[in-house]
Write a protein that binds this ligand. Structure first.
Ligand code: SF4
Length: 328
């Protein structure tokens, strides 16, 4: 093993356990390790160890419910809902009956974060009304998260009053190039979350093979800057028929490596690191949150009435337990 890299990993892991964050140069260097090397194995093991200390061995499951499968005029080049790609042949908007069923299923199967996810222009008033109603169906320990369009301080306050605990929002990789957004618009929404009592959950996404180590480092530092309670990595799942549909998916080893680097770089400023898609190697490398999803899926051209790809909360729980976590 290269001694300089081993020393860098040791130092970054020791700093993480002491609560210290890593700088951009360190993040870039660690991301530059060959994911198939023994140095990468060592990095992932050290990050897994640090995660057990930082998190107290706790893992969380994230259950997403895609509320609407409708053409979206923002035309993000990786998303099956992009209007221009024509993949949504029949729009589907799940009604309260369906959503109640999905929420109850999640609440009864160890899902901590129940997430309503929509396309960009879904009514936020409607989402707030849903949350008020849904809160009565689940134990108080479940937290409701929204993943929706842009909003300001006033709407953030409204969401919090409705019982929303946090917001998923991210400055996506190559925002404004692979998406239809001005990056400043996305950041404004993240600022509104930061300035509110809502938690921000923000991953580096959607990661493809073309993204450089520097881009990944910068995107991770944005999640830190906006005070994310949960950061992490979401790999892009290429959807045939979208402009990025014929690209490769990054390897499980690379997903686990990125997870490890973000775990170590976050110190104790970010307690929880999420990985999507669920990747066993990433759970061993410090990822302590993972995702189950149902309904409208931006990674697929079909809606999923049951858990997407058959991956259930029990599967996610087993994966986390095998990596040494307690699912809470
Ligand atoms: S990622 Fe979101 S904003 Fe972009 S096209 Fe899909 S639904 Fe619309």
């Amino acid at each position: 093993m290269n001694d300089d890299i081993r020393l860098l990993i040791d130092r970054t892991a020791a700093d993480c356990i002491e609560g210290k964050t890593a700088g951009r140069d360190t993040i870039v260097q660690l991301l530059g390790i060959d994911p198939l090397s023994e140095e990468a194995d060592y990095l992932r093991a050290k990050a897994g160890h640090a995660a057990q200390i930082i998190t107290g061995g706790e893992a969380y499951l994230w259950g997403a419910i895609g509320v609407d499968s409708v053409p979206c005029s923002m035309n993000c080049r990786f998303c099956s809902f992009g209007e221009e790609w024509g993949l949504v042949k029949n729009s589907v908007v799940f009604d309260d009956h369906d959503i109640d069923r999905q929420v109850k299923l999640y609440a009864s199967s160890d899902i901590h974060y129940i997430v309503l996810r929509t396309t960009e222009f879904y009514s936020i008033d409607e989402l707030c009304a849903k949350i008020r109603r849904l809160k009565k169906l689940v134990p108080e320990t479940c937290e409701f998260i929204l993943n929706t369009g842009e909003f300001d301080d006033e709407i953030a306050a409204k969401m919090y009053d409705a019982g929303v605990s946090g917001i998923y929002h991210a400055l996506r990789l190559r925002e404004g190039i692979d998406t239809g957004f001005d990056p400043s618009v996305r950041k404004k929404t993240m600022q509104a979350v930061k300035d509110s009592p809502l938690k921000l959950i923000s991953l580096v996404e959607p990661v493809g093979p073309e993204h450089t180590d520097e881009e990944l480092a910068d995107a991770f530092l944005v999640t830190m800057e906006y005070g994310a309670a949960i950061s992490g990595i979401m790999a892009r799942i290429p959807v045939p028929g979208t402009p990025l549909g014929d690209t490769e998916q990054i390897s499980p080893e690379r997903i686990a490596q990125i997870t490890a680097v973000f775990r170590l770089a976050a110190g104790d400023k970010i307690r929880d690191i999420c990985v999507h898609p669920p990747t066993p190697g990433a759970a061993f490398a410090g990822g302590n949150v993972t995702v189950v999803e149902m309904g409208a899926i931006p990674r697929d051209d079909k809606v999923s009435a049951a858990e997407w790809l058959g991956y259930t909360a029990s599967d996610a729980k087993a994966m986390m337990e095998e990596a040494g976590y307690r699912v809470v």
